[in-house]
Design a protein around this ligand. Structure first.
Ligand SMILES: [Fe+2]
Ligand SMILES: [Fe+2]
Length: 134
């Protein structure tokens, strides 16, 4: 099933990052649509490449703000970001080599992105809110 953003479920309470997460989730849904409705594997792989790049930009933004607000878990969080980018690149390479079906991409992306948002990103919300981020 295509992913649907829900503020109640997915928002972390820092609007700049909620907006970025929502844009990434929309791109993730486009990968799903490309595969399931258009059956366009090339488009899906291109979109996944774009998603990895956009996610990398987003991670860099989060790391800069965590630094600015002095969030104590910043380094561990950044290490998780680096591991996630690596995992997604490996997944895309497997699809490109034909080692895994492109149909596996939407489920992978859903878990890959949303579990980080819902668990790890929530941890910085309070610290940023105390420093004026809303
Ligand atoms: Fe994030
Ligand atoms: Fe993050």
């Amino acid at each position: 099933m295509a992913f649907t953003w829900s503020s109640a479920e997915h928002a972390i309470g820092v609007s700049v990052f909620d907006e970025e997460h929502q844009r990434l989730a929309a791109l993730m849904s486009q990968v799903h649509t490309a595969l399931k409705e258009k059956e366009d594997r090339v488009l899906a792989q291109n979109l996944m490449g774009a998603l990895i790049y956009e996610t990398w930009v987003h991670f860099d933004h989060e790391e800069r703000v965590m630094e600015e607000v002095g969030f104590s878990e910043r380094d561990a969080h950044a290490a998780e970001h680096a591991a996630l980018i690596q995992q997604a690149k490996e997944m895309l390479q497997k699809v490109q080599r034909g080692d895994i079906s492109p149909q596996a991409m939407p489920d992978f992306l859903m878990t890959w992105l949303m579990s980080h948002v819902q668990i790890t990103d929530r941890r910085y919300a309070e610290c940023m809110q105390q420093r004026g981020y809303r």
